[in-house]
Design a binder for this molecule. Structure first.
Ligand code: 2PG
Ligand code: MG
Length: 427
């Protein structure tokens, strides 16, 4: 067997940051190089994203076990991959998709397929003696030089990440004035600490949300926005200049069965026009530079109007695009959004993720490489964001080993002499 041929593929059930089962896979090449990877898992999932295969046995992990996904790797993926060239990432990913045979990878599971796809990329990089980020840049064929991404860091959480304690899912800080990645990280850490102090000072009880952000349970989103500005100031930074606010409305998870947007905590129900007015008002009154999923994933009819009204700031499609090139192409045609969130497990393979990035670039959209609310210690997305020159990265808050693993990996990569991508210059 050739040294880069796949010798074996193994898989096991491990646990993510919410204590839920997920798939870890390992790919070993004949020459001894190997790679390991595990799949993340979202809570606010888009309908168009790759499926997770879960056992559904109610007596085991509430039905969330992944023993069937692991069994599929052993029984079907391993025999199909053994002997294939471990360096042929695109060929391997195409084979994985064909083997599954369903559009959303529901048969073998996107959670199983992604772990194998990423493990193979790591094994390939190891066989070539290449740093992972460099290998990913080459494989992506994206044409942008490697760079450090600007982090967008969760400070306050609501929605499905915090038992719906606040209506809006993510209030994030973007250290837009930082000169380097490490400075951006330090500023975000300061803002996160300042937000904790402000809550303590005002005796506001906070919960720690799934991504390590604080959930102070405000009914009124303006209170959360005000706290963000005060935390930025308390950190010694100028709001809107050094550090600005980004929001993830996660509007799909606010949608009722009539397509209206329910702000339960605020006690208001809005149509798309009302929600666009609200976001426009927030963007005028607060230093907001980016809004994600400002409308629902199937609200294609109203996304162009949102984009016309607020296109001077970044409008990110997450559930809207679900890291699928065809949905991003549609966004470009319709004038829906101007940036795409890139989540590896929404797509299901590395090659498909590269295709989504390429579609975003062709549309002139910015990209934000993103973690999920359920993560493992796997820091793959740090190398991905750097290697493809992703521009921005969203990992959650600066808390928890599963988040810090990525922030810390980025510090290691920064030491290779890579510089920070300019804010909104990657399109
Ligand atoms: C999002 C992500 C990460 P989840 O909506 O952008 O914050 O959440 O992984 O739950 O989809
Ligand atoms: Mg989102």
């Amino acid at each position: 067997m050739n040294a880069t041929a796949i010798a074996t593929v193994s898989a096991r059930q491990v646990f993510d940051s919410r204590g839920r089962p997920t798939v870890e896979a390992e790919v070993t090449l004949a020459g001894g190089a190997s790679g390991r990877a595990s799949s993340p898992s979202g809570a606010s999932r888009g309908a168009a994203e790759a499926c997770e295969l879960r056992d559904g046995y109610p007596d085991q992990f509430g039905g969330l076990g992944v023993s069937l996904a692991v069994a599929g790797v052993k029984a079907e993926i391993r025999p199909a991959l053994i002997g294939r060239d471990g360096l042929d990432q695109h060929g391997l990913d195409a084979l994985l998709r064909r083997l599954d045979g369903t559009p959303q990878l529901s048969r073998l599971g996107g959670n199983a397929i992604l772990a194998v796809s990423i493990a193979a990329a790591r094994a390939g990089a190891a066989a070539l003696g290449q740093p992972l980020w460099r290998r990913l840049g080459e494989l992506s064929g994206g044409g942008l030089p490697a760079s450090m991404p600007l982090p967008m860091v969760n400070i306050l959480s609501g929605g499905l990440h915090a038992s719906r304690g606040m209506d809006v899912q993510d209030f994030l800080v973007m250290p837009i004035g930082a000169a380097t990645y490490s400075q951006a990280l330090e500023w975000a850490l300061r803002v996160r600490a300042a937000a904790t102090e402000l809550c303590e000072q005002r005796s506001i009880t906070t919960l720690l949300a799934d991504e390590g952000g604080l959930s102070p349970g405000f009914e009124d989103s303006d209170h959360a926005l005000s706290l963000m500005v005060r935390a930025i100031e308390r950190a010694g930074l100028r709001p809107g200049e050094d550090a600005a606010i980004a929001l993830d409305i996660a509007a799909s998870s606010l949608t009722d069965d009539q397509g209206r947007y329910v702000f339960q905590r605020a006690g208001v129900v809005l149509g798309a026009a009302g929600l666009i007015d609200l976001l426009e008002d927030w963007a005028a009154r607060w230093p907001i530079v980016s809004i994600e999923d400002g409308l629902g994933e199937e609200d294609w009819a109203n996304w162009p109007e949102l984009t016309r009204r607020l296109g001077h700031i970044q409008l990110v499609g997450d559930d809207l695009f679900a890291t699928q090139a065809d949905r991003i192409d549609r966004g470009a045609r319709d004038g829906a959004a101007n940036a795409a969130l890139i989540k590896i497990n929404q797509n299901g393979t590395l090659t498909g993720t590269f295709e989504a990035i390429a579609a975003a670039r062709a549309a002139g959209f910015a990209t934000v490489v993103s973690a999920r609310s359920g993560e493992t210690e796997d820091a793959f997305i740090a190398d991905l964001a750097v290697g493809v020159g992703g521009g921005q990265i969203k990992i959650g808050s600066v808390r928890g080993g599963e988040r810090m693993a990525k922030y810390n990996q980025l510090l290691r990569l920064e030491a290779e002499g890579l510089s920070l991508a300019g804010w909104r210059t990657n399109d």
